[in-house]
Write a protein that binds this ligand. Structure first.
Ligand SMILES: *Cc1c(COP(=O)(O)O)cnc(C)c1O
Length: 382
């Protein structure tokens, strides 16, 4: 069976270093907020080009704490995409704010800046773009709108670790006219808005061996708030100032991430190469719509759309042929039971949620394995 993700080759590549790093934490018994966390925060901030990097317990916590550190609170409206994992909207709702879902762009699956502008009200406080599947949103336009309306921007980078923004959005025809384009050109996702929120869930591009997350910001005051919020709202131990969280990045996870970080660009390139090969394999089938392999895209998922087919049957046929697949996401956030009564579905997002299917991808997936995947899919469609 070809699974959607095979983590074993990546671990095998660095196994000795990982074992030594874990052993080192155990030998030093610095399990909580030890030197490994501090070092990782320093190294990852440098890699991303962010002034501050703050380790937390998960990507969800990175969103919640990041937004709380920015002052997002009850009664605020936060504009986001329906086409994401539930943690995006959940983190907004958990703070008592209201997620306002605006539709996505067909070519990129990412939030549509034109729709953002239409949804702004006097209560709007922030925008949460999600760089879905590892592809940067149209950040120039989003930042332009945010500055015009004095809004905060929290980038959900759970799927985009190592992705960069080049103003080369598919929907802009490679020619973003925004004056912000040069300013942000080549920047890492998560360093353009006011806060970036990353997840180190094991299946993410930079995955730990358990839960983990990261907040980035260039704002000293926001960083101070976030650092305080992750340890029960205390700057000084046992002198708690506000209600916070118990949400720290484990030392063992930080040690593992330190070993993995120097490999991430190579691993992300491996994913992009695999995406190019899939595109060639599927070029002969007009019912398969493949993603463009644009610069900076890190292909957390390789998600295609399949037109005019029964997707359940297609998945069953793939399984029969020994090929795993996943649907990210079968139900857009605005249509989930938790919100259903509150929203009318966004039409593009609803349509795409019926057509998408994610295929096996990992950094070292071989052309041979991809060939098998493609063959099985093309056969199932014929
Ligand atoms: C994985 C994910 C999250 C949540 O991260 P966790 O570490 O699992 O809490 C948030 N947003 C998106 C888009 C994700 O894919």
């Amino acid at each position: 069976m070809i699974s959607v993700l095979d983590l074993k080759p990546e671990i095998a590549e660095i196994r000795d270093e990982i074992d030594a790093a874990i052993k080192n934490v155990i030998d030093n018994t610095a399990f909580i907020m030890g030197p490994e966390v501090k070092q990782f925060e320093k190294e990852v901030a440098e890699y991303l080009g962010a002034k501050h990097a703050i380790g937390v317990n998960s990507g969800t916590d990175a969103l919640v704490i990041g937004m709380k550190a920015l002052g997002i609170k009850e009664g605020d409206e936060v504009i986001t995409t329906p086409f994401s994992f539930f943690a995006t909207a959940e983190s907004i709702s958990i703070l008592g704010a209201k997620p306002v879902f605006v539709d996505i762009i067909e070519g990129s699956y990412n939030i549509d800046p034109a729709e953002i502008e239409k949804a702004i009200t006097p209560k709007t406080k922030a925008i949460v773009p999600v760089h879905l599947y590892g592809q940067a949103c149209q950040m120039s336009k989003i930042m332009e709108i945010a500055e015009k309306h004095n809004l905060l921007v929290v980038e959900d980078c759970a799927q985009s670790f190592g992705a960069r923004y080049f103003g080369n959005c598919i929907e802009c025809d490679d020619s973003c006219e925004s004056s912000y384009k040069d300013q942000f050109n080549g920047k890492q996702t998560g360093t353009i808005g006011h806060v970036g929120a990353y997840s180190f869930f094991p299946s993410k591009n930079l995955g730990a061996f358990g839960d983990g997350g990261l907040i980035t910001t260039n704002d000293d005051a926001v960083a101070e708030q976030a650092r305080m919020l992750r340890v029960h709202g205390a700057k000084k131990k046992y002198h708690n100032e506000v209600l916070g969280f118990n949400s720290r990045l484990d030392s063992i996870q930080a040690a593992i991430l330190r070993v993995k970080l120097p490999h991430i660009d190579k691993w992300n390139s491996g994913r992009a190469e695999a995406a190019k090969r899939y595109k060639e394999f599927f070029a002969i089938e007009s019912r398969v719509i493949t993603p463009d392999v644009i610069e900076g895209h890190v292909f957390h998922q390789y998600t295609i759309r399949v037109k005019d087919t029964n997707r359940d049957q297609l998945q069953a046929d793939l399984k029969e042929a020994g090929v795993g697949s996943m649907i990210y996401y079968p139900v857009p956030q605005d249509m989930l039971p938790v919100y259903k009564k509150d929203y009318t579905p966004c039409p593009v997002s609803k349509k795409l949620s019926d057509e998408v299917i994610s295929l096996p991808i990992w950094p070292s997936i071989s052309p041979d394995v991809q060939n098998k995947v493609a063959d099985a899919l093309l056969k199932a469609l014929s």
